[in-house]
Design a protein around this ligand. Sequence first.
Ligand SMILES: *Cc1c(COP(=O)(O)O)cnc(C)c1O
Length: 513
Amino acid sequence: MDQNRYIDTRGHTKNPIPFTHAVVQGLADGGGLFVPERIPHLSIDELVALADLPYARRAAAVYKAFRTDLDDTEVDRLMEAAYGTNFDDSRICPLTSIDDSFFILELWHGPTSAFKDMALQCLPLFFAASASHLRDEGVIDHEHLILVATSGDTGKAALEGFANKDGVSICVIYPDGGVSDIQRKQMATQQGGNVCVWAVRGNFDDCQTSAKAIFSDEAFAQELLADRKIALSSANSINWGRLLPQVVYYASAYADLAASGQIEAGAPIDVCVPTGNFGNILAAYYAKQMGAPIERLLCASNENRVLADFINTGTYDISDRDFVLTPSPSMDILVSSNLERQLFELTGRDATKIVQWMKDLSGEKRFRVDPDTFAALRSTFAADSVSNAECLETIRSVFEAHQYLLDPHTAVAFEVAERLRGDNPMVVASTAHWAKFGNNVYRALHGIGPNQPLPDQTESLTGCQLNALIEQETGAGPIPSGLTGLDDKLLRFDEVIDSGKDCIEDAVRAFLS
Ligand SMILES: *Cc1c(COP(=O)(O)O)cnc(C)c1O
């Protein structure tokens, strides 16, 4: 069978492009997102047979099914490098059972302890390899600079993934004072000669707006290309190369459950995902399209419940919605970019509808899907949202009942999974180790509200010290090595810069020279 090529959700890609081009380009011309022309299908036997392989080879098998333009031995080699001893569990993403039909898929065993590693230990390798092929073929003659605006988890995972990769460097901006002590130190201590991190005066929205302005600054792009032979690129979850690695773990989890006899091969399961940008749950949808017997996809929202409301009403509306700060900051989002791919699939790949809805969203700040699309959505998805107080209460009650400590993002999904649980076995995607968010975990365990101060004796502790205290109190150790000892490491990056395109562009110029 021939190679799979990529079209985009807004119908601008008239000549579909190969995988390597889609990965390096990131976003399609016209603002659409790349999707493969064909979604491959695995039989139940093929799916369950994945359980016989180490994780890297499971990932390679899924990539090969998607028929990329890379040859099989290269895919094998890159996957071995992506999923090896950089993870602290040889199974890479093990399942834990809460009872005989309720499972937690632990996606945080990578170097930065958030599920972003599942994709960002993989994408940079495929990005560097793809760009190198394009240079060899004479398609491009430049290198790349990845610019990332982060509210915490993505920044560190991208730094760790791109550090010391050939032909690419990475700059990360985060809101000064807007990330946790642990997250800030994780980024500020990053090793590697091709990395740089700045704190920006402002909130996450200011960072993101500045990054978008830089990406659309033609003059800056021309300058970088002409003076330094560098093109800007992005590593956020609109890149297909970040989505595909996430499809793997849903197929892999199903295989593990069936092979171990915890479910019958072919029996349906439900999956519940703590959702922000809709990347993780979309990957579960693609795993379902590939043949994994996933019946329902449960979308769990925090108090920023725009997605849960959309799934329940068919109207996506941010015209009268405030951005709320929650204990699960990686899900604090109003515009969920990967929803565009989901809508494209649910409409039977109707780019005309997507263009209209995205226009409505940017103009009127809302769009409403047609009855057929809404019916398609409802046939697969269900959704609910969890308040800040309920989130912390879930962490406490789950620890009491099961001696298992959840991070606040996973707690949101755990609670929604319990509310919406039906007859099928349930898999909850666990997206971060609790110690990334120790402050809120401590609150949860001690009944301190989301906005109340911590007691005097803990208020002055660093993130690492507070985690050590939680570990002592709960026995929920060991804390991953990447999250301990941060207080003793050299802070390489402590510069705070003004927000706004011009200041950040100046900082990028200074970094490059
Ligand atoms: C990024 C993130 C999410 C949200 O994932 P999406 O793919 O954006 O929906 C949830 N939990 C954690 C811990 C994250 O870092």
